[in-house]
Design a protein around this ligand. Sequence first.
Ligand SMILES: Cc1cc2nc3c(=O)[nH]c(=O)nc-3n(C[C@H](O)[C@H](O)[C@H](O)COP(=O)(O)OP(=O)(O)OC[C@H]3O[C@@H](n4cnc5c(N)ncnc54)[C@H](O)[C@@H]3O)c2cc1C
Length: 380
Amino acid sequence: MDFEHDEQQKMFRAAVREFVDSEVIPKAAQWEDEELFPWDTWNQLAGLGLCSLALPEQYGGGGGGKTLLCIATEELARGSGGLSLAYLVSCGIAMDGICIHGTEAQKRTYVPRCAQGEVAFFALTEPEGGSDIAPMQTRYRSTDQEFVLSGTKTFISNGEESAFGVVFATLNPELGHKGVSAFALEKQTPGVSLGKRERKTGQHCTSTTELVFDECTVPKDALIGEEGQGLIIALESIDKSRVSVAAQALGIAQAAYDEMVRYAKERAAFGKLLGQHQAIQWMIADSATELEIARLLTYRAAWLIDHGDLAIKESAMAKLYASEAAGRICHRAVQVFGGIGYTRDAPVERYARDQRVTEIYEGTSEMQRWAIARQVLGVK
Ligand SMILES: Cc1cc2nc3c(=O)[nH]c(=O)nc-3n(C[C@H](O)[C@H](O)[C@H](O)COP(=O)(O)OP(=O)(O)OC[C@H]3O[C@@H](n4cnc5c(N)ncnc54)[C@H](O)[C@@H]3O)c2cc1C
């Protein structure tokens, strides 16, 4: 068994880490305070080839696999949770349906644009529910030439920044999962507008908004895959992407852990450094151990995907464990910092806010446990 990244992966991580250390970490707190998307840094990411990393080579992508995408996501999350969310959505889940099920024309249109740094969205969740997506209310109807979409999607990452994306709608809610289709569309299409911008707990530098479709007309060639295949495309995209959220949680946890260790070596109480008190040592030991487990689960799932396995159970385990472990690690980091840990003068409070949602999006922890149990029990 070899648990090491290969030389190419190590070099790749070192390069992304250097970029994050110099271009992300020094600016991330300001992006959060100003709630502004860091376009300059995003364009640098695209220039470095990070946006094209996992996209198919024949359409202008880098042809890299899930492991490289997870390394990039983890390192970006170490610097900025919000930036890493924009990244894993735009360069991951939003492109999966197009890359796997899209027509030749859709791939030729959207893959190069994503690679060059245009931002994409993935619009599935609705106000009525995110975990249970089958009873969808966003409708489409079909004319000779076009599809016409109406309805509201909620909690859409990159809502403001995106140029295009994938949206799911049903022909008729009574058809259940068989009624759902997937469409690729430009956000500027008449009939698409932004609704409410969510006031989130963290990850402020990237927007999360409603997307409203009001008699939005798209050509027939906007359909991804076949009519009625939408829910399969949505679930497949989520299955493929959830290990990226594990990597994101890992990056946030690593940042919190690094700060916790640094502070424990500098701050003194009762005549000795914090790190010499056993209670603090235990928090550090537990965090180091959990970080290691999260990393092994995450890169094992990524490795399996790179070797052709769907890795549904392993990805769910990685996301479940990494996100919840990140929660515990961020909580301890705030504790080790004491009062200052509860202020914006310490980065750990930002990590704690940014981590929380990793237990919620792309399937809550409850949905991960459900997915794991279904796989273990062999239940369809
Ligand atoms: C910052 C942010 C970004 C997001 N980005 C996107 C995006 O880009 N695109 C997109 O489509 N969506 C996005 N989402 C939506 C996200 O995926 C959903 O919020 C998530 O899937 C949960 O759905 P919900 O909020 O409707 O909660 P619900 O589905 O209403 O669940 C509420 C609670 O009930 C639990 N629950 C539900 N069903 C069960 C069950 N059967 N058994 C046990 N417990 C259950 C859930 O685990 C949860 O704890 C985003 C959300 C956030 C907060």
